[in-house]
Ligand binder design. Structure first.
Ligand SMILES: CC(C)(COP(=O)(O)OP(=O)(O)OC[C@H]1O[C@@H](n2cnc3c(N)ncnc32)[C@H](O)[C@@H]1OP(=O)(O)O)[C@@H](O)C(=O)NCCC(=O)NCCS
Length: 160
């Protein structure tokens, strides 16, 4: 885990192609810290960040990154949030909500009418955040084996 920034204010910005070389290793590290049992491999994040241009936001202090969110461009007016992570020492301070709010506004501007995501069914803090933003879980409950045996996921949808 990285050190918290001392005096430097934390801000949110989009990741542009020009930022990619510097940002990508930091996003990979954030992802590994947040999802130690199944982080996205470097090559997957490399392609996702490129494919989701304009839809990746980070929390930064000008030097390091402390959180990121990544969404897909709308396809038939539907987008997906594929990742959200805040560095452990900075959780519970509103940055996850701010990243999601920023991304959702951008998805709305790009024409998304609905946004889907999957979440581990026992991830209470993430589910509480998504519910508070208006996401509704699929009525049939968690999708058993969504990511393979023993890897159930709750699918949630926000109608914009
Ligand atoms: C889920 C995660 C992104 C939330 O980010 P965060 O910055 O800690 O969340 P915020 O401070 O913005 O809180 C937003 C809401 O989340 C919920 N929440 C956050 N921490 C919580 C906790 N410990 N217990 C219950 N709810 C919590 C609350 O609804 C909160 O709303 P409030 O501010 O009105 O109380 C963060 O905990 C994280 O990175 N977790 C590990 C990675 C992960 O699980 N990502 C989601 C994968 S689907």
């Amino acid at each position: 885990m990285s050190q918290m920034s001392g005096e430097r204010p934390l801000r949110i910005r989009a990741v542009t192609e020009a930022d990619l070389e510097a940002d990508l290793p930091l996003i990979v590290r954030l992802d590994a810290d947040a999802f130690p049992h199944g982080p996205y491999p470097y090559f997957v994040l490399r392609q996702l960040v490129t494919a989701c241009a304009d839809l990746v936001y980070v929390v930064h202090d000008g030097t390091d990154l402390y959180g990121y969110v990544l969404g897909t461009a709308p396809n038939d007016a539907q987008s997906w949030v594929l990742s959200l992570a805040i560095t452990p020492g900075l959780r519970g301070k509103g940055f996850g909500r701010r990243l999601m709010t920023k991304l959702l506004a951008q998805l709305r501007a790009k024409g998304a009418h609905s946004v889907r995501l999957s979440v581990e069914p026992r991830n209470d803090s993430a589910i509480a955040l998504y519910r508070s933003l208006g996401f509704v879980p699929d009525p049939d409950g968690p999708h058993v084996g969504y990511f393979g045996p023993g890897e159930d996921r709750l699918l949630m949808t926000l109608t914009l």
